[in-house]
Design a protein around this ligand. Structure first.
Ligand code: TYD
Length: 208
């Protein structure tokens, strides 16, 4: 059986990833394709509990503890959900993946990016997305969008400097792997963004 495709969405808070991931899944399903939409952290039974710890504003956490919890969630998610779907020929659309860890825990928190990449190699081998959509926008705009809907988890409580570092981190990661990344200007109109993403995904499907 032909293998599925693994597509991830990345970006800072308020970049519109979740909306765009949903729109893409709907459009691909309309074409009769087999698609599942998933997210990190927290889209397995074990992951739900891990997510509670990770995002609770009242829990004080060492950056390394945080890193290991994101990887715990990811290993469970990949083995329980993502790989089985890909092996059945399904297109998997995931809201955040390892690039989030490199951007937030690496560039944002200041942990070694090499260390994170090493963990990734040990835990996930060469399993990585076929395509990553990075929704890029200035941190001020992303955060102000989120404040309007009153989201306040542990990361939304971080200051603007943190989110600027995360944004710059994402741009650097994308630069180092241009074959996998597609960068979209997330300040554009949502329907225009959706069309661009759909076009690039169709090209990916046709060339796989
Ligand atoms: P979530 O509510 O899912 O936010 P979003 O809608 O922005 O995706 O919260 C996930 C938070 O976890 C988000 O602030 C980014 C952070 N995160 C990391 O710091 N490292 C990671 O590896 C992942 C997957 C997420």
């Amino acid at each position: 059986m032909k293998k599925g495709i693994f597509i991830t969405f990345e970006g800072i808070e308020g970049s519109g990833k979740t909306t765009q991931a949903k729109l893409l899944a709907e459009r691909l399903k309309e074409q009769g394709l087999d698609v599942i939409k998933t997210f990190e952290p927290g889209d397995t039974q074990a992951g739900k509990k891990i997510r509670e710890i990770l995002l609770s504003p009242s829990i004080n956490m060492n950056p390394l503890t945080e890193l290991l919890l994101y990887f715990s969630d990811r290993v469970q998610h990949v083995e329980e959900k993502i790989k089985p779907a890909i092996n059945q020929g399904i297109i998997v659309i995931c809201d955040r993946f390892t690039d989030s860890t490199i951007a937030y825990q690496g560039y944002g928190r200041g942990l070694s990016v090499e260390l994170i990449e090493e963990f990734n190699n040990i835990l996930l081998g060469n399993f990585k997305p076929d395509l990553t959509i990075l929704l890029d926008l200035p941190a001020e705009i992303g955060l102000s969008r989120n404040q309007r809907i009153n989201k306040r988890d542990r990361f939304e409580m971080e200051d603007i400097d943190f989110h600027n570092k995360v944004r710059d981190g994402y741009l650097q990661i994308a630069k180092s792997d241009p074959e996998r990344f597609f960068i979209v200007d997330a300040t554009e109109d949502a329907s225009e963004i959706s069309q661009k993403i759909f076009d690039i995904v169709q090209t990916k499907i046709n060339t796989k």
